[in-house]
Design a protein around this ligand. Structure first.
Ligand code: SIN
Length: 557
C-alpha cells in the first residue's frame, strides 16, 4: 500500500488552527462549534457544501425524544443491530447525548415535522422497538438538516475566524516528520491563490469526508462518496477498523441490471408506515422470518431479499405501499413519490421493484470517544469514522445522530487540548513539499477508466454475499490493477478518487476474506452462520512506514 498518491508538488500553502474536511452533518457541526472556540477554522469540501450524503438522508435522525422512550432502549436496539461488535461506551455516548444534540439542532433552525400539538413527529424504522425517528419535509430530513447548518454557516461566513473552500479534494495527509498529522494536501478547483494542488497546515485535522459507496456498481450514495478521507488516513498509517461491514439497504429502486452509480432509495420509513415486501407471486417475504417482520434490522431484511432472489432466480422483489393511498404517500414521502413517478412507477398504484444496494460503511477510521484517531493530530467523524457505535451493522437513522454527537465531542476535545499545549501550532514551510508523503515517487495511480472494473470486482466478490472463492477472485483483479505501471495514469481528481476506491477495496476484501462467518452486513455463502466462539472480534489494519499492511484482531469483552 503506497503511503501517498502521486500528485504535483503543492503550489500554495494555507494554515489554520483546525482543518475540517467535509460538509455533511459531522463536518458542518464540528466547524461551527470549533469556530466559537478556536481562532481559525478552515472548512474544505469536495464539491459544494450540500452535495454529500447528509443531504440525501431520507428517513431521519434517531433519538429517544418521546417521554415513554429512553436512551437505555435506544442503546439496546443499537447493540442488537450491531450483532455483538458495538463499543458499548460509544453507544452510551450516542444515545444519552443524542436527544440534547437534536434539540440543539432545532434551536439552530432545523425544522422537523410536527404533530397537531406541535411535538416533533416520531416514526419507526427497522430494528427500533419504539417510534424514535425524527424527520423533516416528510422524507427530506438530511436536506433540511443540511439547509439549517449551511444557513448557520452563512450567518458567520464573513467572520475572519472561519474560511470555507469548496471544490477542494483532499489528496493526502501531511505530518510533522515525527508522526503527528499537521495538515493535508488538497486539490482545489479555484481561482487566484488557492488553485491546483496546495498544502494546508493546522494543529489538528478533522476528517468528515463520508462514505465509500462508489466502490460498488450500485449505491444510494452520491457520486462524491469515493472514500477519499478514509483512504488518505489509511495510507498515512491510521488504524482502520470494521471495513468488511458494509450495509446494503434492502429497498433501493431496481432500475435494471445495467444501472450503475447512485440509485433511488426507498426509505425504510415507508415500511415503518406499513409497506411490506412481496415476491412476484405476492407472497410476503418477511413473514415468519423475524419478530419485527418488515421492520427487522436492515441486514436481516436485505438477507431475506437476497435469499428470495437466489431461490427464485430473479434480480429483484417488490415493495407494496399501495394500501397507504396516494394522499398519505404524497404528504409523508413527497420526494420518494416524485422520484418514483419520474422513473415511471407510482407507489400508490404500482408494486415497486426493489433490490439491496450499497448504502453505508459501518467501519472506517477508528476513533476513541473524543473522535481521536490512532494518529496524533488526526480526528475523524461521521461515516468515514469508526467510533464503534455501529458494530457489524448500523441501526437505521443512527448515522446522522453519530455525526452530530461526535462532532460536538471533537469540538470539545480540540480546544481543551490546545489549551493544554498538546496540539502545537504547525510550522508552515515557505515552499511546501510532500512532507510526510512517500519520497520515492513511484506511487501507483489507477486511471479513472478502470473505475468500473474496481466496482464490478467489488460487487461480485466483496458485495452483499461473499465467499472464499469470490473474495479471492476480487483480490486477484484488484491486485492486478494495483500492479499496473504508474505511468499509465496521470494525477488528477478522477484518478485519485479511483485509486482511493482501489486501496479501500483491497483492504475491505482482505478483511471480508478472513472473516469466516456471517454477521451483520457481512454475509458469507460458505459460512452462513454467526460464529461467536471464533469471531466475536473486530479486525483492524494499519499501513506501516515500509508500506506493509498489519492486520490485528481484538476480541470483544
Ligand atoms: C432510510 O431512510 O431508509 C435510510 C435511513 C438510514 O440509512 O439510516
Amino acid at each position: 500500500m503506497p503511503r501517498s498518491l502521486s500528485a504535483p508538488v503543492p503550489g500554495w500553502a494555507a494554515s489554520a488552527d483546525v482543518i475540517v474536511v467535509g460538509s455533511g452533518i459531522a463536518g458542518l457541526t464540528c466547524a461551527l462549534r470549533l469556530r466559537e472556540r478556536v481562532d481559525r477554522v478552515l472548512l474544505v469540501t469536495k464539491t459544494v457544501l450540500d452535495e454529500g450524503s447528509t443531504a440525501w438522508a431520507q428517513g431521519g435522525i434517531a433519538a429517544a425524544l418521546h417521554p415513554e422512550d429512553s436512551p437505555e432502549e435506544h442503546l439496546e436496539d443499537t447493540l442488537v443491530a450491531g450483532v455483538g461488535l458495538c463499543d458499548r461506551e460509544a453507544v452510551e455516548a450516542l444515545v444519552t447525548e443524542g436527544p440534547q444534540r437534536v434539540r440543539q439542532l432545532v434551536a439552530l433552525g432545523a425544522e422537523f415535522d410536527r404533530d397537531a400539538d406541535g411535538e416533533i413527529k416520531l416514526t419507526r424504522e427497522g430494528g427500533h422497538h419504539r417510534d424514535r425517528i425524527a424527520h423533516a419535509g416528510g422524507d427530506a430530513t438530511g436536506r433540511e438538516i443540511s439547509r439549517a447548518l449551511i444557513a448557520a454557516l452563512d450567518r458567520v461566513r464573513d467572520d475572519p475566524g472561519i474560511e470555507v473552500v469548496e471544490h477542494a479534494l483532499v489528496v493526502d495527509l501531511l505530518d510533522d516528520g515525527a508522526g503527528r498529522v499537521n495538515g493535508v494536501t488538497l486539490h482545489v478547483i479555484g481561482e487566484g491563490q488557492l488553485d491546483g494542488v496546495g498544502a494546508a497546515y493546522a494543529r489538528a485535522v478533522v476528517l468528515a469526508t463520508g462514505g465509500l459507496g462508489q466502490i460498488y456498481t450500485s449505491t444510494t450514495n452520491p457520486p462524491v462518496a469515493t472514500g477519499d478521507g478514509m483512504a488518505a488516513a489509511l495510507r498515512a498509517g491510521a488504524r482502520v477498523t470494521d471495513l468488511e461491514f458494509i450495509q446494503f439497504h434492502p429497498t433501493v429502486l431496481f432500475l435494471g441490471e445495467g444501472s450503475t452509480g447512485q440509485q433511488p432509495l426507498i426509505s425504510e420509513a415507508v415500511r415503518g408506515e406499513g409497506a411490506f415486501l412481496v415476491d412476484a407471486a405476492g407472497h410476503r417475504i418477511m413473514e415468519g422470518r423475524h419478530e419485527l417482520a418488515d421492520l427487522a434490522p436492515r441486514d436481516v431484511v436485505a438477507r431475506a431479499i437476497l435469499d428470495t432472489m437466489r431461490d427464485q432466480g430473479v434480480d429483484h422483489v417488490y415493495l407494496d405501499a399501495r394500501h397507504l393511498g396516494a394522499a398519505f404517500l404524497e404528504e409523508r414521502f413527497p420526494s420518494i413519490v416524485a422520484s418514483c413517478r419520474s422513473l415511471g412507477f407510482d407507489p400508490a398504484t404500482d408494486l415497486l421493484p426493489v433490490a439491496p444496494a450499497q448504502h453505508y460503511a459501518s467501519g472506517g477510521i477508528e476513533t476513541d470517544l473524543h473522535g481521536r484517531s490512532s494518529l496524533p493530530g488526526l480526528y475523524a467523524c461521521g461515516e468515514c469514522s469508526c467510533t464503534g457505535v455501529h458494530g457489524a451493522n448500523r441501526l437505521a437513522s443512527n448515522s446522522l445522530l453519530e455525526g452530530l454527537v461526535f462532532a460536538h465531542r471533537i469540538a470539545d476535545d480540540i480546544p481543551a487540548r490546545i489549551a493544554a499545549g498538546e496540539l502545537a501550532e504547525p510550522e508552515v514551510p515557505e515552499r511546501p513539499d510532500r512532507a510526510g508523503g512517500d519520497a520515492r515517487g513511484d506511487h501507483a495511480l489507477l486511471d479513472h477508466s478502470q473505475r468500473l472494473t474496481v466496482q464490478r470486482a467489488m460487487t461480485s466478490g466483496s458485495g452483499p454475499v461473499r465467499s472464499a472463492e469470490s473474495t479471492a477472485a476480487t483480490a486477484v483483479v484488484l491486485g492486478e490493477l494495483a500492479a499496473l505501471p504508474p505511468s499509465k495514469a496521470a494525477p488528477g481528481p478522477k484518478t485519485w478518487e479511483t485509486t482511493n476506491l482501489l486501496h479501500l477495496g483491497q483492504v475491505l476484501t482482505a478483511l471480508a476474506a478472513r472473516r469466516e462467518e456471517t454477521r451483520g452486513g457481512h454475509v458469507r455463502s460458505d459460512f452462513p452462520e454467526r460464529d461467536d466462539a471464533r469471531w466475536l472480534a473486530r479486525q483492524s489494519v494499519v499501513v506501516a512506514p515500509d508500506r506493509s499492511l498489519t492486520l490485528t484482531e481484538r476480541s470483544m469483552p
